[in-house]
Ligand binder design. Sequence first.
Ligand code: PNS
Length: 164
Amino acid sequence: MSERHFLYPGTFDPFTRGHLDILERGLALCDRVTVAVAAGGKTTLLDRDERVELARGALAGLAGADRCRVVGFEGLLVDLARDLGASAVLRGVRSQADLEHEQAMAALNRVLSPGFEVVVLFPRPELAMISSTLVRDVARCGGELAALVTPGVAEALRRRSARS
Ligand code: PNS
């Protein structure tokens, strides 16, 4: 059987414990995962290289980290999936709003690339409230980040808040 390779794309601004949960559970379903950090399209707090480094640090302690890698990407997701020979894209869905967004993206990506497949996973309930947007907000207000992100990400956000 051919290798099952999932592509886990996102903005990851920053990579959260919710992302880690989806990654960990995705890894259990495939041979390897490439985490793909999107460059543009949105204004981000952290630049792409920093988001890539933080994602690498966050997943380093994961069982199965040796089956993961993190890359940055620009351009279309379907092109990256084709170039990497990924068998499916992995996405986490926390809410009805997420689901609608994912359905629209999947439908569009399928028009662009007919073989495109998405594996959707639901986060553990205790992590379902975590979003990068809320994490950035908590960081900006000086709140406790330990339950939301890994220590390296928390440290980077604290440094970032201290600068602005
Ligand atoms: O973390 P996000 O913001 O939910 O991730 C969205 C992402 C990066 C997966 C999506 O915007 C994307 O695939 N961007 C690459 C450009 C692209 O292919 N756009 C068309 C599909 S919507």
